[in-house]
Design a protein around this ligand. Structure first.
Ligand code: ADP
Length: 749
């Protein structure tokens, strides 16, 4: 492949640190090496570039080993006033030239990326000045006519235009959500009120998403200040009504840049004062501060950064020298490039709009899912249902689960119940899945019955794998009649989809099934059609990571290989993504199969690695990768053949993967999908032949697919979609895992 004449690349992290930066550095280093390109880490951001010397170090495969799970950035970051000056940048250019670097990958916020672009634009002048002052030769300047740059956005605030997520934002949300969960449990015990201040000077992303994820009672963000002047009265009214309805605590989330509609800042201490004075509530303020930035990166930040790092090298090596500099980000669940200058300008434009109190346009620029989530939040915080309006037709909607438990199920039920009641519907909770449906085990759920469910793991309504058959359809038809059910929301996995498809296809036999039915994907396996992600899978992935991080730590002193078995049934999503996020050297998937030849090759790789002083091996195996080459078999094979060189341990992670409280991502997705399901059921119920469907995220957007497509889109034997989008990431996992992927001779040599 043409490598654009770049022989050496540099990577630096700059501005505020963000968890996931290490994963990006690791991916950049390993991808560059796999392309036969030298790669230098520039320590301490632009400061290291200005200072040179051993701040610029050549990286090897091993230099980025064991950093994937570490927070912060191992290559350091700094604010560098010198780089803002021409002299500083000239000195930086000199240092890069001395190392032969002619491409830079900058991981930072809009400030760092602006600096990189200025540097790139000035490059020909800087080199000319260095020639003129005799510091470098004309030949050296001629050999490096351009400095190519590409940017990755590292920022916990998620404040950059051009990418749906920035590196570090998901982890920050994890930290915030955990802290708020802990605070709400103590707040509820004492019936206290809490005001929590989270980061975000110009961007309410962390505040909004954490408010949705934790079921907060009120929210103040910079982009959408309260629309009325006496917002304090309204806030107190809503919080008071919630208390009257039985809520044991009040929780207000304030973004650090929150302001009123005249642009006056609203501080968390002011909010506390208001609550104390007007409601007489014992109120505490917690300013979360730097905990939001710290700690191990989440699963998403690890694999996102890995994919972005890989793509950044790919791009810088293949882009034409004249092309505009780009940032690599993620949009609609795919890695994308966007012009750096435009992204920085638009990011700064949003800040300006907020400053000029043009909130409508600021919200517009945040995008549709931000706006939609904000809208749902406002409905959800209302502590009591609105009186139904005349044009709403109230429905009786049954909600049930089916399939294995998935963290986020309760969150989805809570959102559906509250948004349903908000539209005047009666929401019936069916206990124990289709078993309960057959027996008519259902109860009307009131607004406060689902209080506290936003953050609760497990499935309060109960779930099981029952798929109805034979005379049970008649029993279900009777229950639909008896309870006058006019719509069904199934929140669950494969068995639920299959059951709903059965009801749908028996409409002529049982006319009562002629009601709208919608399936909301909730399974840790992520094996459902019509959705790139199902709720529960992000939590499971993070559970796996936590376990594997500990397993890896336990093996520091010995030469040991772990074979870790993860769930997923016949779907390899959890195995592959956890492999990417933990740095496993091999992932076994049912989709690919496992042959004896593969195992032999893997064994040889292990032996070679341990002979070269490797201390730890990590293989991740999907539970059903192969019925004969089981985890125990693989362990015995590796153990026996490894002889004295290394020992082997198996770790079957089991049900801990399904447990725990849902991650913020699962909670937010559950809420968004549930909201759309209620809209769907409301719309369809009025039609003569209401549709049945399944909902999900496709290309990052919520889409609804007709139930007619279910059999066409799925593999009936292995219970997974025919098209699994994540399979294309296998190549990246291989590049990250194997130094053997390195070219023996450099293609540029
Ligand atoms: P972030 O990248 O997180 O927005 P900063 O705005 O602090 O953080 O920028 C980090 C560093 O990037 C600064 O300390 C400086 O070295 C460099 N930088 C930022 N803006 C510019 C600029 N306009 N010109 C040159 N360098 C800049």
């Amino acid at each position: 492949m043409a490598v654009n004449n770049i022989k050496s690349l540099g990577v630096l992290t700059s501005g505020g640190d963000a968890p996931g930066m290490n994963a990006a550095v690791r991916a950049i280093v390993r991808t560059a090496l796999s392309r036969g390109v030298d790669i230098y880490a520039i320590y301490e951001g632009y400061q290291g570039m200005v200072d040179g010397r051993d701040y610029i170090r050549k990286m090897t495969w091993e230099s980025v080993g064991g950093i994937l799970h570490q927070g912060g950035t191992i290559i350091g970051t700094a604010r560098c006033p010198a780089f803002r000056t021409r002299e500083g940048r000239r000195q930086a250019a000199y240092n890069l030239l001395m190392n032969g670097i002619d491409g830079l990958i900058v991981i930072g916020g809009d400030g760092s990326l602006t600096g990189a672009n200025i540097f790139r634009q000035e490059w020909p002048e800087l080199t000319a000045e260095l020639v003129a002052s005799g510091q470098i030769s004309q030949e050296l300047a001629d050999a490096h006519p351009q400095m190519r740059i590409v940017g990755l956005v590292g920022s916990i605030d998620n404040d950059m235009f051009g990418t749906d997520m920035t590196i570090g934002a998901d982890t920050a949300l994890h930290r915030i959500t955990k802290a708020i969960d802990a605070i709400t449990s103590t707040a509820a015990s004492h019936q206290r009120s809490f005001v929590i201040e989270v980061m975000g000077r110009n961007c309410g992303y962390l505040a909004l998403m954490s408010a949705v994820a934790t079921g907060a009672g009120w929210l103040l963000i910079p982009e959408s200040p309260p629309t009325i002047d006496n917002w304090e009265d309204r806030m107190c009214e809503v919080l008071h009504a919630a208390r009257q309805a039985g809520r044991r605590h009040s929780l207000v989330i304030v973004a650090e840049g929150a302001c009123d509609r005249h642009g006056n800042p609203i501080s968390s201490h002011y909010v506390r004062q208001v609550l104390e004075d007007r409601l007489g509530e014992d109120t505490r303020v917690t300013i979360l501060g730097h905990v939001q930035r710290g700690g191990a990166p989440s699963a998403f930040d690890r694999y996102l950064s890995t994919l972005l790092g890989y793509a950044a090298v790919d791009h810088i090596l293949s882009a034409s020298p004249e092309s505009e500099p780009q940032i690599i980000g993620i949009r609609e669940n795919r890695v994308t490039r966007s012009p750096l200058v435009t992204c920085v300008e638009q990011t700064q434009r949003i800040a300006e709009l907020i400053k000029n109190q043009d909130y409508e346009r600021a919200m517009e620029m945040r995008g549709s899912s931000f706006k939609e989530t904000f809208r749902h939040f406002r409905t959800l915080v209302r502590s009591l249902p609105r009186p139904a309006s005349a044009e709403q037709t109230p429905l009786r909607i049954a909600i049930l689960h089916a399939g294995g438990p998935a963290p986020g199920m309760n969150t989805a039920v809570r959102a559906a119940v509250r948004l349903g009641i908000d539209r005047g519907h009666t929401m019936l909770g069916v206990r124990n899945g289709f078993l309960g449906f057959i027996e008519g085990d259902m109860v009307e759920l009131q607004w406060m019955d689902v209080g506290g469910w936003a953050s609760r793991g497990g499935a309060e309504l109960g779930t099981n794998r029952k798929v109805p058959s034979g005379g049970e359809f008649y029993a279900i038809a009777r229950q639909i009649e008896k309870h006058n059910i006019q719509g069904i929301l199934m929140i669950g996995g494969w068995d639920g989809y299959e059951a709903c498809n059965q009801l749908y296809s028996r409409r002529t036999e049982y006319p009562t099934f002629n009601i709208p039915i919608i399936c909301l994907p909730a399974t840790i396996n992520n094996n459902l059609p019509g959705s790139e992600l199902s709720i529960g899978s992000d939590t499971a992935l993070n559970n796996i990571l936590e376990a594997v991080d500990k397993i890896k730590q336990s093996a520091v002193a010995s030469r040991r290989c772990f074979v870790v078995e993860v769930m997923g049934r016949y779907c390899g999503y959890l195995a592959l993504m956890s492999g990417l996020a933990t740095g496993a050297e091999r992932v076994y998937l049912h989709e690919e199969g496992v042959s004896l030849k593969d195992l032999q090759a893997d064994l040889e790789n292990l032996i070679e690695g341990f002979r070269n002083n490797k201390r730890l091996g990590l293989m991740i195996r999907n539970e059903r990768a192969n019925p004969f080459y089981t985890t125990a078999f693989m362990c015995s094979l590796f153990e026996e053949e490894g002889g004295n060189l290394f020992d082997v341990r198996q770790a079957i992670l089991g049900h801990q993967q399904q447990g725990g409280d849902p991650t913020p991502f699962d909670r937010i997705l559950a809420t968004r999908l549930a909201a759309r399901c209620i809209e769907f059921l409301t719309e369809e119920a009025s039609k003569p032949t209401p549709a049945s469907a399944f909902i999900g995220l496709q290309a990052g957007r919520i889409q609804i697919t007709s139930m007619d497509q279910f059999t066409r889109m799925t593999d009936p034997k292995f219970h997974r979609p025919l098209n699994e989008w994540w399979l294309e990431l296998r190549h990246i996992a291989r590049v990250m895992a194997h130094p053997s992927a390195l070219p023996t001779s450099s293609p540029t040599a």
